[in-house]
Design a protein around this ligand. Structure first.
Ligand code: ACO
Length: 319
């Protein structure tokens, strides 16, 4: 019997602190009208001083575990996608494992920036399909505000903090139907944080982005992702009930929906309230639509993301 994985429960968490476009107008030379027109964003949540990525991940994880109807100790794999780990090491997955009082199972971080959750879910699915795990906690969590230059209007209006999580478990039928993961490191100059531990802290510790060039590659690539995943599974656009895209920019989301011929009513959009929460954006959006009853059991969902690296990918699943 082929083993598959399916989603048992979802959870999400946002910091309490909200930063509106109007407040940003007082910080940099921007306007609410410019931000809404170019990105769709109205507000974003920002972690308070002392509130860490693992703090956010813990709340989202506990909600996902509760929704799955299992106990933390039932989990035998933790994969956490983040660009903003609490420490250089231990990994955020290990710190989270300890918070949840889980001991002994594999726990590791995945770094694929905005595509991180898609990578993490694809990896966890393969662990379950091979029988190496039976119940996996998969998290996307970020305190991306900490790598933003709050004087750079080209980036600071776009991002927010948050965490989303799912628990997946072994099943006789999908569940997760397919995943496709890609990267091309040739695009570093368009989107990066130059400084890192390994290069001795050389360069800026903040995000640098050539926004309009990233935009162009993102739209083309996301169109290709849609074709790739549908073709690989002999499906048509009509088979997709819901698109859960990475929430970078409303215009990129609309372009992908057009490619799928999907009306915006079948696209989960949180970018207005959350901004771009990087690896947290897809699981936060998915959790929102599951909890408010839009996404129902048995429906077919396409998740996709594009981000720094560049990295990009998709997960196709039956909820
Ligand atoms: N407020 C007002 N004006 C601004 C702002 C701002 N916040 N930011 C830039 N501008 C100005 C620019 O300086 C420029 O002015 P100029 O014409 O006088 O030179 C003008 O607005 C147009 O700038 P563009 O960069 O061409 O604007 P664009 O329409 O491309 O929108 C944006 C910019 C929103 C950043 C868009 O390019 C975008 O969303 N890019 C993709 C971002 C993305 O998807 N990132 C990938 C994921 S992130 C990750 O992986 C970490």
């Amino acid at each position: 019997m082929t083993l598959y994985s399916r989603i048992l429960g979802t959870g999400g968490h946002l910091p309490r602190n909200v930063l509106t476009n109007q407040e940003l107008e007082r910080m940099v030379d921007t306007s609410d009208a410019w931000i809404r027109e170019r990105t769709g964003i109205r507000q974003r949540h920002i972690a308070e001083d002392g509130e860490t990525c693992v703090d956010l991940a813990e709340v989202a994880s506990r909600r996902a575990i509760e929704a799955a109807g299992i106990a933390p100790h039932d989990i035998d794999l933790i994969v956490m996608a983040t660009t903003t780990p609490d420490q250089t090491f231990p990994s955020s997955a290990c710190l989270l494992q300890n918070r949840l009082d889980i001991h002994g199972c594999a726990a590791f971080d995945v770094q694929a920036v905005c595509t991180g959750f898609i990578y993490a879910l694809g990896i966890a699915d393969k662990f379950i399909r091979t029988g190496a795990a039976t119940k996996a906690l998969v998290i996307g969590a970020e305190t991306i505000s900490r790598i933003i230059d709050w004087t750079d209007r080209g980036t600071c209006v776009l991002f927010g903090d948050g965490a989303g999580a799912v628990v997946i478990g072994a099943a006789d039928e999908p569940g997760i139907i397919d995943s496709h993961l890609h990267a091309d490191g040739a695009y570093r100059e368009l989107l990066q944080v130059p400084a890192g531990i390994g290069n001795g802290g050389n360069g800026s510790p903040f995000m640098e982005m050539k926004g309009n060039e990233v935009f162009r590659v993102a739209v083309t690539t996301l169109g290709r992702i849609v074709d790739e995943v549908l073709e690989a599974n002999a499906m048509t656009r009509a088979d997709i009930d819901w698109l859960v895209p990475h929430q970078a920019n409303m215009r990129i989301i609309q372009a992908t929906a057009r490619k799928l011929d999907l009306p915006m009513e079948q696209v989960v959009v949180t970018v207005e309230e959350h901004g771009n929460t990087s690896a947290a954006s897809v699981p936060l959006a998915f959790d929102a639509a599951v909890r408010d009853g839009r996404i129902e059991r048995g429906q077919t969902v396409l998740m996709e993301a594009f981000g720094g690296g560049f990295t990009w990918g998709s997960v196709l699943l039956r909820y």
